[in-house]
Every structure is written in C-alpha cells, then in structure tokens.
Design a protein around this ligand. Structure first.
Ligand code: PLP
Length: 459
C-alpha cells in the first residue's frame, strides 16, 4: 500500500518522509490544521536541542539533576494543581511539613503546625511577599502612632538580586542603596545601620550574593541595629535573602548565626530549586512567627469547597516541586545535605586553585557559597566576555558580567558549583579554559569586546 497523507501506520512510512517534515514548523499564529503528534514532538525536540545543556550551564544556581526516584515522583504529580487543597489535602500537608522543617533548620522555635511560611515559585516571589509583610507591619505601627505612611524606604546593598529593585518599583518603596566595593562585595553594616530612619520598613542582608557568593554579616547588622534602637533610634527588622545560602549555611557552617537565632531577623527566603536541590521552580518564605505576617495579607477563600488560606502572588501552580522538596528533605536528611554541600565546597576549592594556576585572579572569598568568581589579569589582551564566548563554543555556559553598580568597572566570570558538577567535569572545564586562554593569547580579538555578555546573565 502506498502511503501519501495519512500516518495511520507509522511503522511503514518513515517520519522524515512525511510532508510535514519538509514544511517550517508553525511559528507565530496557531495553524489551521493538526500536526501528527510524533512530528510535532520531533520538531520541537529538535529545536530545543539547540539550547545549552543544563548540566554544562554553570551560570545557574538552579538544580539540573535529581535522583531517578525523585524524577518519577515529580512526573506522577505533574497533573496536580497545588492550590486545590481540598482535592489534594496530602500535598498541602507536605507543604506544611516542609515549612516546619525549613523554619526549624533556620532556628525558629515553632516547628510543627505553628511554623509560619509558604511555598512560592522561587525566591523572587518569596521576596515580594516578605517585603510586603515588612511594609504592612511598618504601616500598622505608624498608623497606631498617628504618623505618616507616605514615604517608606528599605535599606539594601547594591549587591542584592534584581528582584529587590522589582519589589521597590512594584510596591512604591524608596530603595536606600548602600554601595559595595570591588574588594568587599558584602553589606557595609555600619553604613546600613546609619541609613535607617523612622520610615525604614526593614534592612536586607544577603546570605550568598549573586556576584561572588559572599555572605553578609547578619549578626553584625543585627548588633548595629540593636545599638541604634537602644540609643532611641528606629527599631528596624532584618530580612535575610538566603536564596542560595539557606540550604548551604546550616550544613556547611552550622555555628554561623544568621537566621532566627538572631531576634532581629523577621523573615527569610530561600530557593528550594537552588541548593534545596529541587528542579525549578520552588522557593520558600518563612516568618519568625505569626506576629510577623500581618493577617491582612493572608487570603481565605472557599471557592473550592473549604476554607483555604493562601499567601501568594498567583493562584494556581504545579504541586510537583513541593513534593520534590519534601522528598529531598526526608530522603537526604541533614546528613545527606551536609555531605553534598561539603563535596560541592571542596570541588569549588579545587576549582579556585585550578583557576589561579591557569592565570585567572580569584575574586570570590572562602566560607561562602560553592562558587568561583574570577577576573582576568590586567595585561590580558582580551576580556572576560571573550573567554565566555570561547567556552560557549565548547559547550560550557559561563557568564561574564560586571560587579554591582558601585564596583561595575570590574568584569568577572562565575562558575556555580552545583550538584552534578563532578571533579571530572572540573578537569574538563579547566582543560577547555586553558585552551581558550591559549587561543585568545595567540589570536587576540581585533573587535572591541561587548560590554554585556551575549550568553550569560547574573541570575
Ligand atoms: C540572592 C538572590 N536572591 C534572589 C534570587 C532570585 O531567586 P529565584 O530565581 O529563586 O526567584 C536569586 C537568584 O539567583 C539570588 O541569587
């Protein structure tokens, strides 16, 4: 039988002989007719194969590998809407357990059903929610005191993630920027404490900044703010952005008090999809206690049949990632997270040494996140962006970027060491990095290098 149009018997007619396979895939408007499922899947898969390889994406903090058991669990949950708590009460229960475990990990004293927090799509949503809570607490206090609520501000370092700028812009807050310098990419706590006033809703500390992975000294910030309050100044709470450090510090540096052990810390966000080791996107917002989450922000509705409580920016979201987080917490336990984080930090240490040996100058500091940020030596006849481009040709995604605003004359490259980045991959990366440097030295680029990386963004 001669097959012309129909694909009833795929085993006889080869797919790449189908008419559809010599037409361009529909791009900008929904096509009038159907595509055979196999052809649609093949065309899309082929297009996606031009993306970078997630494992080699050393720009991202976000998890690219989970255990096969977790893969199966997540796949089984992909058709569950997290918000349908009436239909999926056990999923909601797993979220509550995650909140309790994370609050406990962060030194809160209310583990169990009294823990206060929520899952989010990522740290960005968690930051918007925690920022809103600080804003509403400040407003309530100001109203109580009969004072104006017209000009709220928030104190933060120029090294914070861009989502803080979004928070300020979306919700009408004045950002009080504390500059960081190239040699010290962390919050100047004395300057931050000096910058707060009666209109300050909170001060932000970052546990693992995006640029160099360094931790802000939260305890020193708390002490400086305590001193201002004790001297009759404003009594300002701290929010800790622990997007990356929330699942690193408790395991690698358990004696470091950066969390609810410090009474001034009101709320913390962390990304489950970073060192929480879950695929994107899941984050967590956790408050010290119920008094730090104003009730006016918590929504109750009975649209799906029972009293549901939500504190989120959107309604529906997938349930799989919350389930994946619970899997990791019970599967790995503290010991499992600790052994993974220690290995990653060791590998980052080896990478730092290898970078120095290869002629890079290391910018990142120890006792922080497992990442390595390097600059080029001053006499290099090429830029960090040229190195990023050469590595990209070899499959590696390593971003080049400038340090934050107040230090943005310094151009760096950054490698995030994530689960999956083995010692062998380190050797392969450094082999390619050395070849790239040798090529660039032998043939320095004649064109001026771009000031913004084509391939990487600080994320
Ligand atoms: C310090 C910091 N805060 C916030 C974010 C935003 O996190 P997410 O991507 O989970 O929304 C990031 C992302 O890298 C980050 O590094």
């Amino acid at each position: 039988m001669l097959h012309t149009q129909s694909h009833d018997d795929d085993t006889v007619e080869p797919m790449f002989g189908w008419r559809e396979m010599r037409e361009p895939i529909p791009r900008w408007t929904i096509p009038d007719g159907e595509l055979p499922a196999a052809a649609a899947a093949q065309l899309i898969r082929d297009e996606l194969s031009l993306d970078g390889t997630p494992l080699l994406n050393l720009a991202s903090f976000v998890t690219t590998w989970m255990e096969p058991e977790a893969d199966a669990l997540l796949a089984e949950a992909r058709n569950k809407n997290f918000v349908d708590q009436e239909e999926y009460p056990r999923t909601a229960e797993l979220e509550r357990r995650c909140v309790s475990m994370i609050a406990d990990l962060f030194g809160a004293s209310n583990a169990g059903t009294a823990a206060v927090g929520t899952s989010t799509v990522g740290s960005s949503e968690a930051i918007l929610l925690c920022g809103l809570a600080l804003d509403r607490l400040w407003r309530a206090k100001r109203k109580e005191d009969g004072k104006s609520t017209d000009h709220p501000n928030i104190v933060l370092g120029t090294h914070v993630h861009v989502c803080w700028e979004k928070f300020c812009r979306y919700f009408g807050l004045e950002p009080r920027w504390i500059p960081v310098s190239a040699g010290a990419v962390h919050l100047d706590v004395e300057a931050a404490a000096a910058a707060v006033d009666e209109n300050t809703i909170g001060a932000v500390a970052v546990l693992g900044n995006t640029y160099t992975g360094a931790f802000d000294d939260v305890a020193a910030l708390a002490a400086a703010l305590d001193a201002r309050a004790a001297a009759g100044g404003p009594d300002v709470p701290i929010h800790v952005d622990a997007a990356s450090g929330g699942f690193v510090a408790p395991f690698a540096y358990p004696d470091l008090a950066w969390d609810f052990r410090l009474p001034r810390v009101a709320s913390i966000n962390t990304s489950g999809h970073k060192y929480g080791l879950v695929y994107p996107g899941v984050g967590w917002a956790v408050w010290r206690d119920a008094a730090h989450l104003p009730d006016e922000l918590v929504f109750h509705d009975n649209y799906l049949g029972n009293d549901q409580i939500t504190f989120s920016l959107n309604f529906s979201k997938g349930a799989a990632q919350v389930i994946g987080q619970y899997y990791n917490l019970v599967r790995l336990g503290r010991a499992g997270y600790q052994s993974i984080v220690r290995n990653l930090l060791d590998i980052a240490g080896d990478l730092e040494q290898a970078c120095e040996d290869a002629g890079f100058s290391v910018v990142s500091e120890g006792d922080a996140l497992p990442l390595v940020t390097v600059g080029l030596r001053q006499d290099a006849p090429f830029t960090a962006y040229d190195v990023a481009n050469h590595l990209r040709r070899r499959g590696w995604i390593v971003p080049a970027y400038t340090l934050p605003k107040s230090a943005d004359d310094v151009h760096v490259l950054r490698v995030v060491v994530r689960e999956g980045f083995s010692r062998d991959l380190l050797d392969a990366l450094m082999g390619d990095a050395k070849d790239s440097l040798a090529e660039l030295r032998a043939h320095p680029p004649s064109q001026p290098a771009p000031t913004v990386s084509e391939h990487g963004k600080v994320c």
